[in-house]
Design a binder for this molecule. Structure first.
Ligand SMILES: [Zn+2]
Length: 406
């Protein structure tokens, strides 16, 4: 790759030459030195673009990785090459896993029908000309995009592809932290981030919380973790809220009022704000279909969805909401046709906790990330057993004697 000689590296070169002339034994500046001295043009350019994308001034840098230029400037092997190399690894990526974790993964795949059935289905849904990318490629692109998550950090989460692919070919992926021996989990929790692709911190915080689960998962809960629900929204030059089809996925859930109200609300209340487009029909998007399938199969007792930047927690469901998570306090946002909160409350009868981080582009401090996590788990410990009891009692009452359906 061509080395650009910048002012700074030129000065270093001059200094080195002058040193050499003074001390014959002096060594040449190493290639590494050059690398450090060379400001990355591509990184700078990307930084500028990302700043323009992020609206207010605070949205500095979650998405602006001061990456070394070479990685981006270097001619890359074709995606096909990378993928054929990775294809094998992606499924059997058993990196730092214990046997029980690996076993859990297998269970996951079986549960979600990831095998040939799901693959066939996904093929039917994705356009045939779009190449299906690997989890490794997903992690590479996440690592390049997010300031707080490295490629290695994403890879170590051992995300499992679901067999569903986005319109751009990214695998919709998740990680299961299942039951451990000798302990019955208190409940089943879905934890997700990045349903809106420009809320960078909501994805990064998920990775930080996964790091905690990697170290401390004790089997207290059975977790299904989806760090990035909308890869197409995040992983493009200018990240955006919607998916590749321009649909706000958090307005695309099949709530009972969708047909009557979703498009009307969008037209009359948001004045056709493109960022709030609910889609041509309920659950029209593959990401929504996938999330619905995960919810249906996993049967969660609670769903936690992380967003930004409204700096609050919102809650749908009859249970007691947490009063605060870290510095975030409970404040109701209201519901919308097609939102996950609305769907959880009206259709699933499952509490949905919406966590709105203070900034889309700035990460909370490590201390705050930890505090939110302990508050979250504390709330789950208190509320989920009650929630489960309630649901069981309700199911017992509502069970029709004939087993008929509505
Ligand atoms: Zn959001």
């Amino acid at each position: 790759m061509p080395l650009k000689l910048t002012k700074r590296s030129f000065a270093v070169l001059l200094a080195s030459i002058s040193l050499l002339s003074h001390a014959e034994q002096a060594q040449q500046p190493s290639a590494d030195d050059n690398k450090h001295n060379k400001p990355s043009q591509a990184a700078k350019q990307q930084a500028t673009e990302d700043k323009q994308t992020a609206a207010p001034a605070q949205l500095i840098n979650e998405a602006t990785k001061p990456k070394a230029a070479p990685a981006q400037a270097a001619p890359q092997p074709s995606a096909a090459e990378v993928d054929s190399q990775m294809a094998g690894k992606a499924t059997s990526q058993a990196k730092p896993e214990t046997d029980s974790q690996a076993a859990t993964k297998v269970t996951d795949e079986a549960k979600l029908g990831t095998g040939s059935k799901a693959a066939t289905k996904a093929t039917g849904e994705a356009k045939p000309e779009v190449e299906q990318l690997s989890v490794q490629r997903l992690c590479t692109d996440i690592g390049k995009k997010l300031g707080s998550v490295s490629i290695a950090e994403c890879e170590k989460q051992a995300l499992v592809a679901s067999g569903y692919f986005t319109p751009k070919g990214y695998p919709l992926a998740m990680r299961h932290y299942g039951p451990l021996p000798n302990r019955t989990p208190q409940g089943r929790i879905i934890l997700m981030g990045g349903i809106h692709g420009d809320e960078y911190a909501s994805v990064s915080v998920l990775f930080k919380w996964m790091n905690k689960l990697n170290r401390y998962h004790s089997g207290l809960f059975n977790w299904q973790v989806i760090p990035l629900a909308n890869p197409d929204g995040l992983l493009q030059r200018k990240s955006k809220r919607q998916n590749a089809n321009g649909v706000d996925l958090n307005r695309n859930f099949p709530t009972p009022d969708w047909d009557e109200k979703a498009l009307q609300y969008w037209q009359q209340r948001t004045f056709k704000n493109v960022r709030r487009y609910p889609g041509p029909k309920a659950a029209s998007e593959v990401e929504t279909k996938w999330l619905l399938k995960v919810i249906e199969e996993f049967q969660p007792d609670a769903i936690i969805s992380v967003h930004a930047p409204h700096k609050l927690i919102d809650f749908d469901g009859p249970q007691n909401p947490p009063q605060q998570l870290g510095k975030l306090q409970l404040r109701r946002l209201g519901t919308y046709p097609g939102s996950l909160g609305n769907y959880g409350g009206s259709v699933l009868d499952v509490p949905i906790l919406t966590v709105e981080l203070p900034f889309a582009g700035i990460m909370p401090s490590n201390a705050e990330i930890s505090k939110m996590w302990t508050d979250l788990v504390g709330w789950l410990i208190k509320e989920i057993p009650k929630q489960k009891e309630k649901r069981l009692a309700k199911a017992a009452i509502e069970e029709p004697p004939s087993g008929g359906t509505e």
